[in-house]
Design a protein. Sequence first.
Length: 233
Amino acid sequence: MENFQIAIDGPSGSGKSTLARSVARALGILYLDTGAMYRACGLKALDLGILPKDEKAVGKMIPNLSLDILFENGSQRVILDGEDVTNRIRMPGVSVAASDISGHRPVRERMVQMQRDIAGKQNVVLDGRDIGSFVLPNAQYKFFLTADAEERARRRLEEMAVRGITGQTFEEVLSDIRYRDRQDSTRAFAPLIKTPDAIVIDTTYNSPEETLAILLSYLPDEIRCSRSPESPQ
């Protein structure tokens, strides 16, 4: 069987990353966290005192950015300019910076090329906002996740608490979610959209296990039954 690609798109907090990791684990394939790559770009700008919305300054920064994605013991590590920033990119403020910086063409083009290079070598599942529409338009399986903004904010707070990140209120996180929705869906280059061939899954009232079962039900038997325990995740 030829290599296949699974694209999972949707707004912030809809459960894309959780689902993508579960799909990779269930099928024994690679999961590439594309959002982490944009967070790294946003973090780089913040560290340099560059406004993520300043396209000119960001454009000058990108050629000098060194970004490596490593896969160790089933986990993805993000190495920015030689430093492991896997945890730092999840700090408050980086999410908005990632949304602001990801709309700039130089950033998008470089990250997308990296993503396509990785996806072209193996079976893979990617999640993001423009995977099915722009990054992997020919992906064999496309899904679009949705969920109420309030539920997405609740999930994000829980995720932050697990990582030991505190200090933000529900209202602040909800405001961040809505800001990202506007930014991601209205940006001029590669915006968040649902492609006509994507299957919509509303996760508002689903558990992660239920959402996984729904997605897997749309895949052919030869994929669901061909898991290789040695495959990267």
